[in-house]
Design a protein around this ligand. Structure first.
Ligand code: ATP
Length: 448
């Protein structure tokens, strides 16, 4: 990462190259909501695919689900979200703007007394007087059916974990699983964040990748360490994120959810500082216990071998897709001097790059276009990669464009190709060019 990558640089690149647009941009946007453009959707899909592979496919005892976004509100009563999913906020008494009290106070504490003390002489960012801090519930509400009253209220899920807990018994039974086993889910979640900001870092509609691992209480420490290590390795080894840009952050007592026995977040060096990217939490048996109480259903587990009945503990691994994308872009953003010009290049791990290969005919002569089209079609079909075909502008501009979206390989088809059946492959990071036989093209690409 070049040192000077700012939020502005990143936001501009994302917009200019079609990764991320403001939602409803032509209506001046909507705070906390973003749309992914052509390259954003590819990058996000690749991140989700890698995570799913690493979690679900590579662990025989982990299974996927895809739960509904709206669930019976009793689920959120049981989980404590209706009563307690809140952040402390303060209001600018002049213009009504709301802020996270803990952020303004520069603390991890969410205790109202502590915050009130820290903020007593502070002004709002606009220089006005602030209200006393108070708690604000972040659940987004809707109504089910034709009548809008208290009995038809429902909530958009604030995290995906809810339907994992309620499906614990369904999944255990249908997969005939014994402990330990896990359930994974990728999906949208909604949080009415008080002050969405910092590009896609803090949004109101987010997507999470979560995995709950159900274990015997004796297994807590070992599994906690295992899933912490998993998160670290996924980011460094699969996504190629530099360890220099990562650090562990252990939750202090006042920061940790009251049910969690331990919580470690991986912080990433975002353009606005080291911030939370991925959480690993020991949720004890809190969730299953609450759902048993609220539903009256038995969610205990019987261990045939030891003849023991108990409520499983849960280790949770939870990461936001958008934050992961922002971390990948920040980590990959590089500016280099090449022949007195600045080259902007996204050094994204090839496996998650939005476009794997760009096929670039050197001219628009029909014979070259026919050959290029054939190379393109064959390669798309045989590899299944997202491949781009670009015949516009000068070759230099086309390379620059592909560098900026992180395409690992550019393939130029020139007049010589018609005679020798070879193309020139340019590698993104080294800019090295190699002459390769069209038939050997696929094996030349190192995508994994
Ligand atoms: P924060 O302290 O930043 O508000 P959190 O501790 O509430 O986050 P969790 O509830 O543990 O977050 O959610 C798990 C993951 O989901 C986070 O690590 C983050 O990657 C992502 N996430 C949570 N809230 C948001 C948000 N508003 N916008 C984008 N991603 C989010």
């Amino acid at each position: 990462m070049s040192k000077e990558v700012t939020l502005e640089t990143l936001t501009n690149l994302a917009k200019r190259r079609g990764f991320v647009f403001q939602a409803s941009e032509i209506y001046n946007g909507l705070a906390g909501f973003w749309d992914y453009g052509p390259y954003g959707v590819e990058l996000v899909n690749n991140l989700k695919q890698q995570w799913w592979r690493a979690v679900v496919f590579e662990n025989r005892e982990i299974f996927g689900v895809d739960g509904a976004i709206i669930q019976n509100p009793r689920l959120w009563k049981a989980s404590g979200h209706i009563a307690g999913f809140s952040d402390p906020m303060v209001e600018d008494l002049k213009n009504g703007k709301r802020y996270r009290a803990d952020h303004l106070a520069g603390t991890d504490s969410t205790d109202l007394n502590v915050l009130s003390e820290l903020l007593k002489d502070k002004k709002s960012p606009d220089g006005n007087q602030l209200s006393e801090p108070r708690v604000f519930n972040m659940m987004m509400k809707t109504w089910i059916g034709p009548v809008e009253n208290d009995s038809s209220v429902a909530y958009l899920r604030p995290e995906t974990a809810g339907s994992i807990f309620t499906n614990f018994e369904n999944v255990r039974e249908t997969t005939r699983s014994k402990l330990p086993f896990g359930i994974a889910q990728i999906g949208k979640a909604f949080r009415n964040e008080i002050s969405p900001r910092d590009f896609i870092f803090r949004v109101r509609e987010l997507e999470q990748m979560e995995m709950q691992y159900f274990i015997h209480p004796n297994d807590q420490q070992k599994q906690y360490e295992r899933w912490r290590e998993f998160a670290w390795k996924f980011l460094t080894e699969r996504l190629g994120i530099s360890e220099e840009n990562m650090q562990w952050h252990e939750h202090e007592d006042q920061e940790r959810a009251f049910y969690a026995a331990a919580a470690h977040d991986i912080y990433f060096r975002f353009p606005h500082g080291f911030k939370e990217l991925w959480g690993t939490h020991n949720r004890t048996n809190y969730d299953l216990t609450c759902h048993m109480q609220e539903s009256g259903k038995d969610l205990t587990y019987f261990d045939e071998a030891t003849r023991e009945r108990f409520t499983p503990n849960v280790i949770e691994s939870s990461v936001g897709v958008g934050r992961m994308m922002m971390a990948v872009l920040t980590n990959a953003y590089t500016e280099e001097e090449v022949n007195g010009e600045t080259r902007v290049v996204l050094k994204i791990a090839p496996v998650i790059a939005p476009v794997k290969v760009a096929i670039l005919p050197l001219s628009k002569k029909p014979e070259l276009m026919t050959l290029s089209d054939k190379v393109y079609t064959n390669l798309v079909r045989s590899t299944g990669y997202n491949i781009e075909y670009d015949e516009t502008q000068s070759i230099g501009k086309r390379y620059r464009r592909q560098d900026e979206i992180g395409t690992p390989y550019c393939v130029t088809v020139d007049f010589e190709s018609l005679n020798d059946g070879c193309v020139t492959v340019r590698e993104r990071d080294t800019m090295q060019q190699t002459r390769v036989k069209i038939n050997d093209l696929e094996s030349h690409l190192k995508i994994r």
